[in-house]
Design a protein around this ligand. Structure first.
Ligand SMILES: N[C@@H](CCC(=O)N[C@@H](CS)C(=O)NCC(=O)O)C(=O)O
Length: 255
């Protein structure tokens, strides 16, 4: 079997999606940690793999694959191991509906909040001239804008308020959907759960008034059920920052 190499940051958001998919499928891969906080994703060595300078990326033999959700589907189809897509056409539609909703609408809002409270405050401690040079090396102009906002703490109040609104709505939608069935998109665990967990694992800690055992019992049941899986435990153990250690909130019995 051709060698698989995954270029990823923490088991979180986009990086965590292919990491966990590979682990659930039992695919051996070489892990190449890209330290996002050191701007490794904009260095020439990585740009040779993904010229957009975003993570994750995966190589499978001579194939180069980017876009985390598309990589998840590729991994599910290219390798043997447990099937992570349901068989039924409507269930498959639901998986894709949720993944699109999360990737395009909900994840950017989580990300803006994460960048304003975690990424920005860590990175802005460094020398301003060094940071400006690092920003200038970013290939995508829209990412230069986001990094500047994170570093200088200039996301506007309106932007943060809109992200908070979307997160609150997303929590309610997840709670309602998980009241209908055991897993997010079908009766079997799969790609929608992997995608959703990477986004939602820390919500009980970051949004305790919106997500707790009283208000969102279905969401909490699902988060704990995903976290109980051996592949998830193994994946999160690869985390190096305090951000991913927040997953420990799911060890508690009551939130
Ligand atoms: N649509 C892409 C988005 C990838 C993405 O935005 N990754 C973030 C990390 S979660 C990143 O690379 N941020 C660093 C940067 O933009 O410099 C995917 O799903 O793979």
């Amino acid at each position: 079997m051709a060698q698989v190499t995954l270029y990823h940051w923490e088991p979180n958001a986009n990086s965590g999606k292919p990491m966990l998919t590979l682990m659930e499928k039992g695919v051996e891969f070489e892990s190449h940690y890209i330290d996002m906080l050191q701007f490794d994703q904009h260095r020439p060595e990585y740009l040779a793999i993904n010229p957009q300078g975003t993570i994750p990326a995966m190589t499978h033999g001579s194939r180069v694959l980017v876009e985390s959700t598309a990589i998840m589907e590729y991994v599910n189809e290219a390798f043997s191991g447990p099937e992570l897509m349901p068989k039924d056409a409507r269930d498959r539609w639901r998986v894709r509906w949720w993944m699109k909703f999360m990737d395009q609408w909900l994840a950017p809002s989580f990300s803006m909040i994460g960048w304003s409270v975690f990424v920005g405050p860590i990175v802005r401690q460094r020398d301003p001239a060094e940071l400006e040079a690092a920003i200038e090396r970013i290939p995508l102009p829209e990412r230069r804008v986001s990094w500047r906002k994170a570093i200088h703490g200039t996301f506007s109040e309106a932007e943060i308020a809109e992200s908070q609104r979307r997160v609150a709505l997303g929590i309610n939608m997840l709670e309602q959907e998980l009241g209908k069935r055991e897993w997010l998109a079908s009766d079997t665990y799969g790609l929608a759960d992997i995608n959703g967990f990477n986004l939602a694992y820390a919500i009980p800690l970051s949004q305790p008034s919106l997500c707790n055992d009283e208000k969102t019992p279905n969401l909490l049941r699902w988060l704990r059920a995903v976290y109980a899986r051996p592949a998830v435990k193994k994946c999160w153990a690869l985390g190096r920052t305090d951000m991913v250690k927040r997953v420990a909130v799911l060890d508690g019995e009551q939130i």
